[in-house]
Design a protein around this ligand. Structure first.
Ligand code: PMP
Length: 405
């Protein structure tokens, strides 16, 4: 048995798909032109898959902050947060994140993935229970593998199913930690947070909300779903990422728990990796300010969401249940999805693709990630291209002919 033999089934599937044309995993952005356009395969392409929800990856103030920081403090910290890698800007960013959420504590991680991995796996251990929504992100599932706590999945967005599973654990003395997401990454739907909090409180369980896709998108200050629902003081931990609305890379967790800071010397994905480079921390601080002080970016984002979601819904596409910056077009076959994705790229639109087993219930998805930086014309152009291809590929019924008088 060779070292790579365990991947042979995957390799065979991959080869078959690759033989039919360009693979979504192999897209190269030859040149970024702006927050909404890039050169791909030598062609100017509208990027509708970057998660740069507020367009801040190209914001002048964030770029200037990064440039100034790299000149002042160098290209990297060359060390972890528990050694030489804590600069005053890391600490300032943590203070600002805590303040934005009205929480006492914040920890900054080198990626959002590590924030989930580290926080979840360090909070619970042998004898404890993790209750996960079935559609949880890979970083949450991977956290389960790093802890001896028992992981229990409940049905996606189903507070009654969560309640049932917690009732079964009523006599178990271990801690129970519920993990949900503000906006789910594949279908763009939102957690029924009020109902989840009510169930959690009744069972004495803790709650962690991953706001990766809702930070900057929901709430008056842009903190996410918990803020929009008025529940920030009811949840125990909020995790988020800098790689979406904040236009950079990194992750965070905020909490009001008094002993939270002990995690700094217990959480291995925080302790044993280099801290974020100064330029990243500086741009994130500038973008965080924009999230709070420029709500018109959120308004523009939501106007774009309504425009695209409305057009695709009216055309008869099956979409994720709730309009959100992730507009997921659900299709029946992998082959059609891949072919439509390629045709869309040819037509000058880059979107994300979701294929099983990466998708929740085996759906095949064309995932559009909308930004405040998109123009109305770009949204209309994408809708037109999708509708045209929907007809060409037999996904949408042919437009009805006008009945003759
Ligand atoms: N949580 C969710 C829900 C995500 O979708 C992602 C990334 N797509 C992450 C966490 C990890 O974030 P990052 O890519 O910044 O590491």
């Amino acid at each position: 048995m060779g070292l790579f033999d365990s991947h042979s089934a995957l390799a065979a599937r991959y080869e078959i798909a690759r033989a039919t044309g360009q693979m979504p995993t192999g897209v190269v952005m030859d040149q970024l032109l702006s927050a909404s356009e890039a050169i791909i395969n030598g062609r100017k392409t509208v990027t509708v898959g970057t998660h740069n929800y507020l367009g801040l990856a190209f914001d002048e103030a964030s770029i200037e902050a990064a440039v100034e920081a790299v000149r002042r403090e160098g290209t990297g910290t060359c060390g972890s947060r528990i050694a030489n890698g804590s600069f005053s800007d890391h600490v300032a960013l943590e203070r600002e994140l805590a303040e934005l959420h009205g929480m006492a504590h914040a920890m900054v991680f080198s990626t959002g993935y590590q924030a989930n991995l580290g926080i979840i796996s360090t909070l619970v251990g042998a004898g404890d229970f993790l209750l996960l929504d079935a559609d949880s992100h890979a970083s949450i599932y991977d956290a389960c593998k790093q802890t001896q706590a028992s992981a229990i999945r409940f049905k996606h967005n189903d507070a009654a199913d969560l309640d049932k599973r917690l009732r079964r654990l009523a006599d178990e003395p271990g801690n129970k930690l519920i993990v949900v997401e503000g906006i789910y990454s594949m279908l763009g739907d939102m957690a029924p947070l009020k109902a989840i909090v009510e169930v959690a409180k009744r069972h004495g369980a803790y709650i962690l909300v991953d706001e990766a896709h809702s930070m900057g998108v929901l709430g008056d200050n842009g903190c996410g779903l918990a803020e929009r629902e008025g529940l920030l003081d009811q949840v125990d931990f909020v995790v988020g990422t800098f790689s979406k609305s904040l236009g950079a890379v990194g992750g965070y967790c905020v909490s009001n728990h008094e002993q939270f800071d002990i995690l700094r010397v217990a959480c291995r994905p925080y302790m044993f990796t280099a801290s974020l480079p100064p330029a990243t921390v500086a741009s994130v601080r500038a973008s965080l300010k924009a999230v709070k002080e420029r709500p018109h970016l959120r308004a523009k984002l939501w106007a774009n969401v309504s425009r695209l979601y409305g057009a695709l819904e009216a055309a008869g596409f099956q979409l994720g249940s709730t309009p959100s910056p992730i507009v997921a077009v659900c299709l029946e076959s992998d082959a059609t999805t891949l072919a439509m994705w390629r045709a869309l790229l040819e037509a000058g639109y880059y979107v994300n693709i979701g294929l099983p087993p990466a998708t929740p219930s085996g759906e095949s998805l064309l995932r559009c990630a909308i930004s405040a930086a998109h123009t109305e014309a770009q949204m209309d152009g994408l809708a037109e291209a999708l509708i045209r291809l929907g007809h060409e590929f037999g996904v949408l019924a042919e437009p009805r002919l006008m009945a003759k008088a």
